[in-house]
Design a protein around this ligand. Structure first.
Ligand SMILES: Nc1nc2c(ncn2[C@@H]2O[C@H](COP(=O)(O)OP(=O)(O)O)[C@@H](O)[C@H]2O)c(=O)[nH]1
Ligand SMILES: [Mg+2]
Length: 240
């Protein structure tokens, strides 16, 4: 029996957390919510339905993901599905990620939000596409939607993945994971998923300029360390 764990980092997501946890529970063996110093009752709403790890102060998404991943590994997970707590990922698509993993166990499965991408705010889409180009180059593979947090990480990968995860790594962590995973022999396999932008969704924590620049700086340091990896650029431009 394999154990698939859903991991949901959450910071002040009391409006959506219950529905996301309930949706995820239907498709996985266990759900872990990392409540990252929320001031609202996110943790209370998740308790009873999920294992809740509490961080007393807000340490950022990277640290929350890291804590949840280590906990999942320590408690016997074979794969970890990460998803956002704000309801932007459709939990009914979790089985598609698991099916892809069963078919190709040595891949990092990326839920690429290609269905309905036209609803993405234009500035965000531009930043995302920039990030895709650079991260694809540095990881030597074609990539679509590198910024998606809807993923399946095989435990065989997580056991070897060692990434910086302090507060300032926020959205950089998930980008770097794609590059390091490829180096460890776990290239990305994209699975098209829906992109949900509810009318009344809260503003994103992603800062299009600052976070995109941070991601580019991280990618540049990987590229410089590998002599700009011209073959990686070539490979990244193939059709996905
Ligand atoms: N643990 C934790 N999660 C965060 C933090 N900031 C954002 N998140 C989570 O990361 C996910 C994505 O954040 P969001 O602001 O919606 O970014 P976007 O969907 O990429 O625009 C959501 O599930 C948030 O709850 C944070 O400081 N700590
Ligand atoms: Mg969001």
């Amino acid at each position: 029996m394999t154990a698939v764990v859903a991991l949901i980092p959450a910071h002040n997501e009391s409006v959506t957390i219950e529905a996301v946890v309930a949706g995820a529970r239907a498709h996985v063996d266990r759900v872990i919510v990392v409540d990252d110093g929320s001031d609202d009752d996110t943790a209370k709403r998740a308790e009873g339905q999920a294992e809740v790890l509490r961080q007393n102060t807000n340490g950022g998404k990277a640290a929350a993901l890291w804590a949840g991943m280590q906990h999942a590994l320590a408690t016997g997970a074979d794969a970890v599905v990460t998803l956002d707590a704000d309801g932007q990922h459709d939990t009914r698509e979790i089985p598609a990620l698991i099916a892809a993993w069963n078919e190709t166990p040595n891949r990092l499965i990326l839920g690429a939000r290609l269905k309905g991408r036209e609803h993405t705010p234009p500035l965000r889409l531009f930043g995302d596409r920039m990030a895709d180009f650079w991260i694809a180059w540095a990881s030597g593979q074609p990539l679509q939607d590198s910024q998606s947090g809807f993923r399946l990480y095989p435990s065989a990968l997580l056991q070897r993945l060692d990434l910086r995860h302090h507060r300032s790594r926020g959205f950089v962590f998930e980008s770097e994971a794609l590059i390091v995973a490829e180096r460890l022999g776990f290239p990305v396999r994209g699975v098209p998923v829906r992109c949900i932008y509810p009318e009344d969704c809260r503003p994103s924590h992603y800062r299009p300029t600052a976070d995109t620049l941070r991601i580019i700086a991280m990618v540049a340091s990987h590229l410089l360390r590998r002599g700009m990896r011209p073959a990686g650029l070539w490979r990244s431009l193939r059709r996905p």
